[in-house]
Every structure is written in structure tokens, then in C-alpha cells.
Design a protein around this ligand. Structure first.
Ligand SMILES: [Zn+2]
Length: 397
């Protein structure tokens, strides 16, 4: 038996007036997912346990079958692992966003959490300059993809309150400045970055091109490294993941999965959907289970773009789900799921049980959803660990 897990990040949503009371999932043309939902088994998975922030890190950890209450130590250590950054046991990793701040007379506002969707090559120049000027034996800055980077604080402090910048778009930043043990050091670094980035020639060029300058770093999601039992030890299957974002690649490599690079995988609507499916088919030749993660619906939701969210879901159905379904011979089992809701109306994540489909090619199941795959599909609730055990071993909790 081969296993295929397809995660559309942030697909779940609320009914929207502009869609006549439907959700983007309901409005999207997705014949393959809907067929699987009707003929397969549908349920709900609680990807974000009580008390945890509804981030993709927590939610995806659940969908890989690991209980965040046991294994979650913060977002940044996972991404650092995904980027191949070695951490000592006393190191603290911080997510380091390049952001755009608006300095107004009324106060400083979070203009854009992605630094105006800065490109990876541009960001590399800025982060390397930051490392030259602020880096030393204690602080090291590592360039990543687009606006997502990592800072390591050697023997650092981590029990401070920090805020994801995508949660405070267009809000004054004062109430969300890091606070608590060690925060003055972190705030000092953020302030110093503004002096470096403010007059940086690359930002001057971006302004000339009509783009937002990435004029500050924003540090959050900190934690120490975590230890995971391998997926093979837990489920006796050899696995691999196809993903663009370091977060998902990080979790995957921490549990012993292969995470090959896919050309053109961007994490946005312009990602290489077909290339991801092709890579997954390749991997299934010598792996038992393959996860395919697509970030595009979540990015569209953070920008409040309903049309782009629907397009992303339709691309996933046409170029990934259908391709996998048509190309794979039996026996093969599919798990179609989203990691959390990112409601267009909120432009940020919302913690609630989300729908999933389990579909075995060539075998009908009871418990399907007549209306297809959407937020109304499925009743029975599973934790992430229960879902993966049920998916692989067929034992309901
Ligand atoms: Zn997510």
C-alpha cells in the first residue's frame, strides 16, 4: 500500500457574502476532491490542541502524527532544522522576518509582514548585511526564503512574549513589541536593524521601483531545539515530503523524511503545482508515504484575496490531487486535509477542527460527504496522532 497526504495550507474558511454564503472551498471547482469526499470517509481533525497558537507549525506537526503537547518547542527551531542550521542544546532560534514598518506621527505601524513580498535574492543581501553589522559570537543571522529568515542566539533566552507579524497587519506595533525575560536584547536588535535597513541602497532601489522597503527585522516564534522519534519508528513507513516552506521541510527532516528541492516551488500562487506532483510520483517509487504541502491558499488568505484563494484550491485539485489519482495504481490511499482555517475576513489563522478525506482507490467507504469536500464534511473528531494511526492502520480511535 502506498500513502499520499495532500495538505492545502489554510484552505478552511467561513461563509462569505461575496460568495453568496458559500466558503471558498464550497465555491471552488474541485471535481477530484469532491469525488473522493463522496466515495471516501470524511471526518474532522483537531490540529491545534487547546492552549496552542493556531500556527502552521503546530497544525502541521499534528498532521504528521506528532502531538504538539509532547514535541512543540516553538516555530523557529523547526525552520532552522529545515534550513540545515545546526543548533546546540543552549541555542535559541528566532524567526526573523523582513518587514515593512510605517513610521507615522501617531506611532509605528506594521505595514507589511513580508517586507512587500521581498524576493529571496534581495533578502539575502539585506540579511547578510545585518549579519555583518549585528552578527557576532552571540547572534548569527541566516538568510532563508523571501521574507522568512532565522536568527540564532547562542546560549540565549527564550521565555519572552513575541507576536507573529502577520497577525498585526496595519496595527500599531507598540503593544506587540517583545516583552519579558531577555526582550530588551531582542528589541535592541530590531531597532538597530532599522538604522541599517533604513538607508540601504537596495531599499532605495525598491522605493524607486514603487515597491515597499523592507526596513526592519521582526523577531518571534523562538525556541530551543526539539527531539522527535522518527516516523519510521512510530509508523514503520519510509517517508518523504514535497514542500516549498522551511517550516514543513523542517518538521519533515526532524522526523527522518527526505525533503527534496522542487524547482519553481515558491509558496505562492505562482508555485510549480505540476512539478510538485511529478516529484511526489517519483518519490513513491522508493518511499511508502509522501506528503505534499501547498502554501498558496494560506498566503492568499493573509492578503484577504478570495479569488486567489479559490484559484489556489482549484490548482491543487487539478494539478496535484487529480494527477496523483490518475497516475497511481492500486493499492493507494489518499488523505486530503488542510492544517487550519485562515478566514479571508480575519486575514489570519483561526483554531477550529478542520475537515479531512480518507479515500482508498478502487474501494468505496461509508461515511462520505454528499456535498463534497468543505467545512461541513465529516463529524467524527480525531487528534492528529489518531488521524494518522487511523489512516495507516485503519483503527478508529
Ligand atoms: Zn498553515
Amino acid at each position: 500500500m502506498k500513502y499520499v497526504v495532500i495538505i492545502g495550507d489554510g484552505m478552511a474558511d467561513f461563509p462569505l457574502e461575496e460568495l453568496d454564503g458559500r466558503t471558498p472551498l464550497m465555491a471552488a471547482k474541485k471535481p477530484c476532491m469532491d469525488m473522493m469526499a463522496r466515495e471516501g470517509f470524511c471526518g474532522k481533525v483537531v490540529t491545534v490542541p487547546e492552549g496552542f497558537p493556531p500556527g502552521s507549525d503546530v497544525a502541521c506537526m499534528s498532521i504528521f502524527g506528532y502531538d504538539p503537547a509532547k514535541y512543540y518547542t516553538g516555530r523557529a527551531p523547526i525552520e532552522a532544522f529545515g534550513m540545515g542550521i545546526a543548533m546546540d542544546e543552549n541555542d535559541v532560534a528566532f524567526r526573523c522576518n523582513l518587514v515593512n514598518l510605517e513610521f507615522t506621527s501617531a506611532g509605528t505601524v506594521m505595514g507589511d509582514y513580508s517586507g512587500g513580498h521581498i524576493t529571496t535574492p534581495e533578502a539575502k543581501i539585506l540579511i547578510e548585511d545585518i549579519n555583518k553589522k549585528l552578527g557576532n559570537n552571540e547572534f548569527v543571522f541566516y538568510p532563508g526564503v523571501s521574507y522568512r529568515h532565522i536568527m540564532l542566539w547562542k546560549h540565549g533566552l527564550w521565555q519572552m512574549k513575541t507576536t507573529p507579524p502577520h497577525d498585526i497587519t496595519k496595527k500599531e506595533i507598540a503593544p506587540y513589541i517583545p516583552s519579558g525575560d531577555g526582550s530588551e536584547t531582542i528589541v535592541d536588535l530590531m531597532n538597530k536593524s532599522q538604522n541599517i535597513l533604513g538607508g540601504h541602497p537596495l531599499n532605495t532601489k525598491r522605493i524607486k521601483e514603487g515597491k515597499l522597503p523592507a526596513n526592519s527585522i521582526w523577531l518571534w516564534g523562538q525556541g530551543k531545539r526539539s527531539q522527535f522519534p522518527s516516523f519510521f519508528d512510530k509508523y514503520q513507513l519510509k517517508g518523504a515530503t514535497v514542500a516549498a516552506v522551511d517550516l514543513v521541510k523542517g518538521i519533515s527532516s526532524m522526523i527522518g523524511f527526505d525533503t527534496p528541492f522542487v524547482k519553481g516551488a515558491t509558496g505562492y500562487i505562482d508555485t510549480n503545482f505540476k512539478g510538485k506532483a511529478q516529484k511526489a510520483l517519483e518519490l513513491l517509487q522508493d518511499h511508502d508515504i509522501v506528503y505534499i504541502h501547498v502554501e498558496a491558499p494560506d498566503e492568499a488568505s493573509h492578503n484577504g484575496n478570495t479569488r486567489e484563494k479559490i484559484q489556489a484550491i482549484e490548482h491543487i485539485d487539478r494539478e496535484i490531487v487529480s494527477t496523483m489519482y490518475e497516475s497511481l495504481n492500486e493499492p493507494v490511499k489518499f488523505l486530503i486535509v488542510t492544517d487550519h482555517a485562515t478566514p479571508i475576513s480575519m486575514k489570519t489563522h483561526y483554531g477550529c477542527p478542520v475537515p479531512f478525506i480518507i479515500f482508498t482507490k478502487g474501494k468505496g467507504e461509508s461515511g462520505g460527504s454528499p456535498s463534497g469536500y468543505n467545512e461541513n464534511a465529516g463529524e467524527k473528531e480525531f487528534t492528529g496522532e489518531e488521524l494518522i494511526t487511523f489512516f495507516i492502520r485503519g483503527q478508529k480511535p
